[in-house]
Design a protein around this ligand. Structure first.
Ligand SMILES: Cc1cc2nc3c(=O)[nH]c(=O)nc-3n(C[C@H](O)[C@H](O)[C@H](O)COP(=O)(O)OP(=O)(O)OC[C@H]3O[C@@H](n4cnc5c(N)ncnc54)[C@H](O)[C@@H]3O)c2cc1C
Length: 404
């Protein structure tokens, strides 16, 4: 079948599904559950696990048909880490049982996911992390041999307070160089050995947390990828994270932050100055180029998994968000400096629609989360432009001998 036939076939399937499950008469959870079972959750998910194994580029055709039929939408913001990072990692590295267990509740946002990577001593240098996972040692107790015991601390863990599952990168072998001694697990956040404490951020709320593990348990069956190959699995998560932060979906012109700035400009002529006009025009053009470049990236992604190119999209996203929200604050004059609410809240996601003050403060984190802008520039330099690598002296020494 060629692309156009496949698209027509897909559109036909969605229409037939909506005819069988009338969106107006079917309760939302039942509709979405049936949609997953029919392989229409996301077209690139595997057959039997919510998808049809088709290229991602066909998803907009399915979305269009669902929208035309008035089908309920998935609230993607409720489970950003689950959808943007956990799902692609499970699809790439999970076995059949793992896909069966996790993908459907993840897609329906019945189970929320968080990412347990960063530590107080390992952020940019993630491979240096120290949280240990040790195989239970066979003293005859329950779960011996097929369980790992986890001790350590993670930090900046977004939505850990809502999460049922965590993507955990842990050290399983301290005697080999840092990248080689890591393994990747899915850990149950609802167990006694996991303590989640809020970290209040610049916006007043606490989207993220510290997470402490004290003899927490994770079954070996929850390991993604082989023991010692956690770095490879983590890279898949990180590449998807960058695409998901910078480029999660197609956006229309002026649908992102630049649209809010442009609409403020249109609505408040009394605040206009020549200088602000020039800057807005330049930002508008850059935002449009970034949007179109993102579209191209998504088309490339349709052919495979994200590579280092996603880093450029994330880098641009962070810079533009900070510059546009800075422009908005300036354009607002004295009102631009006001802030709506410093109440400490345990938010589950960022709400950029809240106002210019919130956008200005929250976007400061954009150049840190998902890899700092400096690190992304290194990745672009080394892996996209193939420039000489930064000197690294710690990649051949056993992790336990590294100075910390
Ligand atoms: C809003 C937000 C949400 C987050 N959510 C999560 C989450 O859910 N899960 C999670 O695991 N983590 C999360 N993080 C953590 C984030 O991934 C880290 O903060 C980030 O990777 C940087 O690590 P660090 O804070 O330890 O800074 P460091 O690595 O200590 O870096 C400090 C500074 O040094 C610079 N630097 C470091 N190394 C180099 C180098 N080689 N070359 C040039 N400059 C360098 C950095 O760019 C940075 O400016 C979140 C962070 C934020 C802000």
């Amino acid at each position: 079948m060629n692309d156009s036939d496949r698209e027509q076939d897909l559109r036909g399937r969605v229409r037939a599904f909506c005819a069988e499950h009338d969106p107006a008469a079917t309760p939302r959870p039942a509709f979405l559950s049936a949609r997953f079972d029919a392989g229409l959750a996301a077209v690139h998910y595997p057959v039997g696990h919510g998808g049809l194994g088709l290229p991602r580029s066909l998803q907009p055709a399915a979305d269009e048909e669902f929208a035309r039929a008035g089908a309920p939408k998935l609230d993607e913001r409720r489970n950003v880490i689950g959808l943007g990072m956990a799902a692609p990692t499970i699809i790439a590295f999970g076995n059949g049982e793992q896909k069966d267990r996790w993908l459907k509740p993840l897609w329906l946002a019945d189970e929320i996911w968080c990412q347990l990577f960063s530590e107080p001593g390992a952020g940019s240098d993630l491979a240096a992390l120290a949280t240990r996972a040790v195989k239970a040692d066979g003293d005859g107790g329950e779960g011996d041999g097929d369980e790992w015991v986890v001790n350590g601390q993670k930090v900046w863990t977004s939505i850990a307070h809502q999460a049922r599952w965590g993507l955990l990168l842990a050290r399983t072998d301290p005697d080999v160089p840092k990248h080689a001694g890591l393994s990747y697990f899915v850990i149950d956040m609802h167990q006694p050995g996991v303590e989640v404490r809020p970290l209040r951020q610049l916006t007043g709320e606490a989207e993220f947390n510290e997470v402490f593990f004290t003899d927490a348990r994770v079954p070996d069956a929850n390991r993604l990828g082989p023991v010692g190959e956690g770095w490879k699995v983590a890279n898949a998560t990180l590449m998807n994270e960058r695409v998901s932060i910078g480029n999660s979906r197609s956006v229309a012109r002026e649908e992102s932050m630049i649209g809010l700035a442009a609409s403020a400009w249109r609505q408040q002529p009394e605040r206009r100055t020549h200088e602000l006009h020039q800057r807005l025009l330049a930002l508008w053009a850059e935002a449009e180029v970034a949007r179109l470049a993102g579209e191209r990236l998504r088309q490339q992604l349709a052919a495979g998994e994200p590579g280092p190119e996603g880093s450029a999209a994330k880098l641009t996203f962070a810079r533009l968000n900070q510059e546009i929200s800075g422009w908005e604050v300036e354009f607002g004059g004295p009102d631009g400096l006001s802030y709506d609410d410093w109440t400490m809240r345990r938010s589950g996601s960022s709400d950029y629609a809240r106002g210019p003050g919130y956008r200005y403060l929250r976007s400061k984190g954009n150049s840190i989360e998902g890899g700092t802008s400096e690190i992304l520039r290194n990745i672009i330099a080394e892996r996209v432009l193939r420039l000489p690598q930064e000197p690294r002296t710690d990649t051949t020494v056993p992790w336990k001998d590294l100075p910390r």
